[in-house]
Design a protein around this ligand. Sequence first.
Ligand SMILES: Cc1ncc(COP(=O)(O)O)c(C=O)c1O
Length: 467
Amino acid sequence: MQTETSLLPPLTPKVHSWISQFISDPERVRSVIKQYGSPVNLHSTTPFIENYENYKRVLDKYELNHLICFARKANKSKSFVKAASEHGFGVDTASYRELLQCLDEGMDKDKLILTAAIKNKELIELAIKNEVLIIIDNLDELELTKKLSTELGVVAQIGLRLGGFHINGHKLYTRFGVDIEEAKNFMLDHIQQANQIQFRGFHFHLNGYSIDERAKAIAETIALIDEMRKYEISTEFIDIGGGLLINYLEDREEWDEFQEELKMAVQGFREPITFQNNGLGYSINDGELIGNLATYPYYNETHKEDFLEAILSYPTGKGEIATLLKDRNITIRMEPGRSLLDQSGVTLAEVVFRKYDSQGNLLIGLHMNKTQLFSSSADFLLDPIVLNYESNEDSEPTSGYFVGAYCLEQDVILKRKINLAKTPAIGDIVCFPNTAGYMMHFYETEAHLFNLSTNLFLKENGKVERD
Ligand SMILES: Cc1ncc(COP(=O)(O)O)c(C=O)c1O
């Protein structure tokens, strides 16, 4: 077979010890694929609990009342719900089935929250009957909630989602929530006098990953809370949603180098490092490089608990954020999805073929499709770990693209061309690390009638079990 040794910038993933231990045992990996087919999603709740405990430690350090709810939209497995319940933290639900499963698991109603973007009658009824906190997004939803709580004879527990915060002279766009400028009148006109509902607190979830924006949104919400107090409306909590950054990569230099090489490739100054020279957000306009990297920011020095601490210790003219919350006895709630799942899952897929495309690129066909590992941003930028169990010892280093089973030219699992220590052999397994948060479940489809991937959990006793 043809080989190519051109230098491609690597992006070495951070890998938790449970993953390195598991993949160091070829027999186990092979037996999992043999039993459940390819691909499989293998999880562990150990990092999930570690991530929760690290957040909790920071909140305790600032002596804040708090509730952390796992945003389960990021991964559909029930085992994470069970783990959250056993360790005393909550779950944020975004649909009827997500909420129903949590209730069926016997979760404490006070640890559940409903933030679904669309809430129909059945969903609101389920929440009201079970006294689950409902985060109200708009007036129609509030009116329906009031009507249903009157019919059911149960007071609905509600929070109000806010949006449109003012950050450094501009207003943050969102399609969600009630605009902060209209929130006071909304509260006075529709919530203050309504006895079918009990108002508990304010909520927001910001797009993007800015500490500054989150701290300023909390400060603006606190100003609203102070104003509401003049009208005898008290507020129990502020919920800051999710979006706490994680760090996927080992090395800043690799991250910087990758971005430089991508720009060079898009400008034609080096051979492509992505499929069909995809700019991942960069392009050429009139000979000029334009755009920005349109992926998740995979390398971050301030991440998870440090990111949270940076928000809490953020200075405002009236004191740091944590002090403002504590002075008012406001509980801080948060709903991390991706960051609680950091290091909690991998996707394993089997090599089915090797071939060359019409431009001479090595393609490695995997028994999976692109929806089984799909990023909502331009690409998932972590090097996979190729488990060369079957590979021929004397094969040369090479590089190539991983391709999947959908009949699309674009069914390329990762858009980056990947360095390979040797040409993978049929039956080798490719491990895509850190895919539990959004990558494995958010966009999966059953087109071509392929089965969805099986979700497995590695238990403390070393056994692998279905979710
Ligand atoms: C309302 C709400 N809360 C929490 C989250 C979780 O965000 P993340 O997974 O980035 O922590 C989301 C994500 O879209 C959301 O919309």
